[in-house]
Write a protein that binds this ligand. Structure first.
Ligand SMILES: Cc1cc2nc3c(=O)[nH]c(=O)nc-3n(C[C@H](O)[C@H](O)[C@H](O)COP(=O)(O)O)c2cc1C
Length: 225
């Protein structure tokens, strides 16, 4: 089949677009409003986009009322957000925290989650999550879209601090198969990462290999910097 979004119909019972880019990691983003209310919401339009320094982004559509989402407003207002790793065990809490609630409601409480303070920034972390990034807000790129929800605010943040629960580390690596990170598919479907395999990078370019690993110090060594 072939279709042009916004021009021709896909003709399927369900829109296939979100099921084509899978699995998507979940940016479970905690922020604090200018008024001091903590906020938590999942964004599957999330990714790391650089490792030296580490930078992440999440992309928020507008609310059903056509307004900017609380996570965006708060990150911009206070200059900070936390990424919490969503796991299979936390899937129900992730779902509950996605409800569109007013800015004075704290989704940590709705989802029955505990908070732990961050070290460098104001927004708290999800205590039950095994990995957290404390992020400094960098900028928002607003891309116009259709209808009340189509416009997206893409929020970029620099990762200032990384917390990893020692219990999920094994042989110097995150034990992904044990953590079972949650990820979005299309429709109302999810998956979690349970299978891990390795493929050695081709060639002898050590800097390139270090970049694949995301190891800034090894890149420097390989390039003699
Ligand atoms: C697993 C999951 C992933 C989601 N991903 C996104 C996303 O990438 N972008 C988005 O705008 N909304 C996404 N949503 C919906 C938001 O979580 C929801 O609109 C939430 O109310 C936003 O909260 P906020 O206004 O407090 O920021 C997702 C919901 C779920 C359950």
């Amino acid at each position: 089949m072939y279709y042009e979004p916004g021009v021709s119909k896909h003709g399927l019972a369900y829109d296939p677009f979100k099921s084509c880019v899978v699995p998507r990691p979940i940016g479970w983003i905690s922020t604090t409003s200018a008024q001091g209310v903590d906020n938590l919401a999942p964004f599957s339009q999330f990714q790391n986009i650089g490792f030296d320094p580490p930078i992440v982004m999440f992309s928020a559509n507008q609310t059903t009322r056509g307004t900017r989402k609380d996570s965006v407003v708060n990150a911009e207002a206070t200059g900070a957000f936390v990424w919490n790793m969503a796991t299979y065990d936390l899937r129900e809490a992730v779902n509950i925290s996605s409800e569109e609630l007013s800015a004075d409601v704290d989704e940590f409480e709705c989802a029955g989650l505990s908070k732990i303070g961050s070290r460098l920034i104001r927004p708290p972390r999800v205590a039950q999550s095994p990995v957290h990034f404390e992020c400094a807000y960098l900028q928002t790129v607003r891309l116009p879209g259709n209808g009340p929800m189509g416009t997206v605010d893409v929020v970029f943040g620099r990762v200032l601090a990384i917390h990893i629960d020692d219990a999920v580390l094994r042989d110097g690596k995150l034990d992904i198969a044990r953590i079972k990170p949650l990820a979005r598919l299309g429709y109302y479907d999810y998956t979690c990462v349970e299978t891990v395999f390795s493929i050695a990078p081709p060639g002898t370019n050590e800097a390139l290999k270090a970049g694949l690993e995301g190891a800034a110090d090894k890149v420097g060594q390989a390039l003699g910097a």
